[in-house]
Design a protein around this ligand. Structure first.
Ligand code: SF4
Length: 223
């Protein structure tokens, strides 16, 4: 389906309205599914089945998947059919991404995949409470809608996108909110990587609690 992303705005959501799938948590709007390698962060290079849920209320100006901001035009898929699809591939890791997946009650999705033997991972901006039991939570906070403290405490991995010099200071603010066990990553925003990578390397050399995350999948041209 071709979607013109230039006119898409983030969906307007009041926290009181969440989760958006309250009427039927076993069905979720899915923009796309694909089998690939995790390109970022702690699990970089591992094979996984990805589910990109539709709908985001964060609105990052540099977002590279603006087509995911809306739910319009995307199918509502049953948890069982998603599990069945993922079982066609050998990896037993599923990564729930978006969009912003925490707009939804993800408990049935997590339960279905865990019962089928999958490790269930979440990629979130942390803007909303997480509903569901995840094996791994990657928190990637965004300036456009701050992460809530509850999600910061739950994160296994903090991944901060570096778009501007000031983002290092901002990253340190979040590093103080996550648990001491949380893995810390700095990742250049893709369109500014040539300018930001040298700064990130220098920063990590001076602050070795951080590691570099590159969007490996974009370098090797896989989804
Ligand atoms: Fe895009 Fe993710 Fe930001 Fe939503 S949270 S606007 S999907 S980068």
């Amino acid at each position: 389906m071709a979607i013109d992303a230039t006119h898409i705005r983030p969906i307007a959501v009041q926290p009181a309205q969440l989760p958006l799938n309250a009427a039927d948590p076993a069905r979720l709007p899915v923009m796309e599914t694909f089998y690939s390698l995790q390109g970022e962060g702690f699990h970089q290079g591992k094979a996984a089945f990805f589910i990109r849920l539709a709908g985001c209320d964060v609105g990052c100006v540099w977002c590279d998947v603006k087509e995911s901001w809306t739910t319009a035009g995307y199918p509502q898929k049953e948890v069982d059919s998603l599990v069945e699809e993922a079982l066609q591939y050998p990896a037993r890791m599923v990564i729930i991404t978006g969009g912003e997946p925490t707009l939804y009650d993800l408990a049935p999705l997590c339960k279905g995949f865990r019962e089928a033997g999958f490790q269930v991972h979440l990629e979130t901006s942390g803007a909303h409470p997480i509903v569901g039991h995840f094996d791994w939570i990657c928190l990637s906070p965004k300036k456009f809608k701050p992460a809530i403290p509850e999600v910061c405490r739950q994160a296994h991995e903090l991944k901060v996108v570096i778009y501007h010099h000031s983002d290092f200071l901002w990253a340190e603010q979040y590093a103080r909110l996550v648990s001491p066990q949380c893995h810390l990553f700095l990742q250049p925003e893709w369109s500014r990587k040539s300018r930001m990578v040298p700064l990130i390397i220098d920063y990590i050399q001076q602050h070795p609690q951080w590691s570099l995350s590159l969007q490996l999948h974009k370098y090797i041209n896989i989804p």
